[in-house]
Design a protein around this ligand. Structure first.
Ligand SMILES: Nc1ncnc2c1ncn2[C@@H]1O[C@H](COP(=O)(O)OP(=O)(O)O)[C@@H](O)[C@H]1O
Ligand SMILES: [Mg+2]
Length: 267
């Protein structure tokens, strides 16, 4: 589903007094199914932008539409069902005391409860559910199919992020927001979570906005690369255009107020 952000504004009080207008009439249009990667220096507003889109921080003005439908006016629980989010901390997305199967069941019930509230009563995964989950995990190439009864709290950070991603996707979101979801992982787990991310985005065709700290990810994933600085986009490159960059060249743009002419596409 297409994402249209128009005229988004938000500011915050400064610790020493005064006001900082971080977003001031921010616009962004993404066609349905686009996988957008967002980078920018610390404090440039990446997480705030995702929070504004998700409505977890109320925007002062502006609109966020998914396929023409205003998200910011939806009730919080409906908005939450439209949007799948995976955050940086592997502890955030899953319930540690519940098993993998129970977590997956929870994610499915959350989606179904939109149609039938009584579905929430059947939280316990049945034999059929377990078979489906095992098949899904195998299909995704994840070595967790035989660990459905393991409490998620016993998994590694990478495995927890894996389950968080699968849960989000079981909810069939209309928009996927990923905020540095591999930042807390070791390089091997980072690779496997990124491969799964790519696979799920392709499989579901969900419009995706992924914030990353990793320049390698920024150059290797997604259909489009955005660079944010002080709440404004200073770079917007297609997958073909970003081939002009090495990680070091991209790094050099961090903290710039504007991107030099030679990096701006004329196409
Ligand atoms: N709720 C808030 N109140 C005050 N300042 C905030 C709040 N949320 C974010 N900020 C400030 O807004 C700026 C952008 O933060 P953030 O979006 O977290 O940056 P990023 O994710 O790009 O590192 C930072 O300067 C941060 O201190
Ligand atoms: Mg952030």
């Amino acid at each position: 589903m297409s994402l249209e952000i128009e005229g988004l504004s938000w500011g915050h009080a400064l610790p020493g007094g005064g006001w900082r207008q971080l977003f001031d009439g921010f616009n962004l249009h993404c066609p349905g199914g686009q996988f957008v990667v967002l980078i920018g220096s610390n404090g440039s507003g990446k997480s705030t932008l995702l929070n504004l889109i998700a409505g977890s921080i109320p925007a002062a003005t502006g609109s966020v539409r998914l396929e023409g439908r205003e998200l910011l006016r939806l009730q919080a629980h409906r908005r939450a069902r439209s949007i799948g989010r995976v955050m940086q901390n592997p502890l955030d997305g899953t319930a540690p005391g519940l098993t993998i199967a129970e977590n997956l069941r929870l994610a499915e019930c959350r989606r179904r409860s939109l149609l039938q509230p009584q579905a929430l009563l059947g939280l316990h995964p049945g034999r059929g559910d377990r078979r489906r989950y095992a098949a899904l995990l195998e299909e995704l190439g994840l070595p967790l199919a035989d660990r459905l009864e393991t409490p998620v709290g016993q998994l590694s950070g990478g495995q927890r992020q894996t389950i968080s991603l699968v849960m989000v996707c079981l909810g069939a979101p209309r928009l996927l927001l990923l905020d540095e979801h591999t930042a807390a992982l070791d390089p091997r787990a980072e690779d496997s979570v990124m491969r799964l991310t790519q696979q799920l985005v392709q499989r579901l065709g969900t419009t995706t906005l992924m914030v990353t700290h990793s320049l390698e990810q920024a150059l290797g994933y997604g259909d489009r690369l955005l660079m944010l600085q002080d709440g404004a986009l200073i770079g917007d490159w297609s997958a073909a255009e970003r081939q002009q960059f090495t990680p070091a060249a991209l790094q050099a743009l961090y903290g710039s107020a504007t991107v030099p002419e030679e990096h701006i596409s004329r196409s």
